[in-house]
Design a binder for this molecule. Sequence first.
Ligand code: 8YV
Length: 324
Amino acid sequence: EEGLPKILVTRKLPQAVEDYLTSNFNVTLNARDQPLKPEQLQKALHDYDGILPTAADRFDAQMLTEPAIRCKIIANFAVGYDNVDAEAAAKAGIALTNTPGVLTDCTADIAMTLLLMTARRASFSEGYLRDGDWSGFSPTFNLGTKVAGKTLGIIGMGRIGKAMAKRCHFGFDMPVVFYNRSRMEVNEAKAYGAIQLDSVDDVLREADFVSLHCPGGAANRHLINAQRLSMMKPTAHLINTARGEVVDEAALIAALQTGTIAGAGLDVFEEEPKVPKALKKLDNVSLLPHIGSGTLETRTDMGMKAAENMVIFFSGKKPPNQVN
Ligand code: 8YV
């Protein structure tokens, strides 16, 4: 281990990933799997050549501008990297990498799951069955919303947005519209069964289901606010598998309570792992604990990708997934 780069892995990772890291680096693993405190992360910048954190580990500008930082690479175990101030990292001479591609299908699967769950009131229905309240068939009680033929609106047509569009259009007979910062060729959009609109507002007005697939971070904070929620149809549902901060959670709760929109399916929250009581009380929402990428296959692929970026970096080359 002498002479090998010294690496900190902030959480327990799938065994194959830990084995690969151990064979390439002088690794400190987190066998207890407890989240590290901000002070520990700050200290790690001074003690290690590389850090492999999760999106729950925050590295802000202040931590990254301290003098005498030893860390040269932060290989984030996530496709989103809003937890690291990318610019401050670059200024500190730290390469930041992410894990695109490998979690696309699993995250789109969870978006699809939440869409179906909220449309069909699956969370409420399973709850009342488990509670012993199911008293038999009723033609009119607890009716959901039909999915086929309804319009899906996507905000952010990257890899996951495209995978969601495909599922909805080709699997569930849904027309798909989307908003994306950059223009997409009409023919490329067609391959996903989707039509690009000019603004977020246009998508919100037209869609029966709105699914968020844009990055988090300051630029998209509270992109979906009270005003935007009021543009949605009263029959519409909001699906969020992106980042909690993209939605003004308090405004969403109010919109769900007052019938501004019909329902929501959420895998992400503004202050994870805190989920507002008011949300849990609503019977028109489905709530999941940030499990979008949570399969053994995908979490292994994510870890391997982060580890590979480190191996390539320490071999003196530019890591393939550097974002800053
Ligand atoms: C992770 C994610 O599970 O990739 C992302 O951006 O949010 C998830 O895949 C989580 O953030 C762990 O880092």
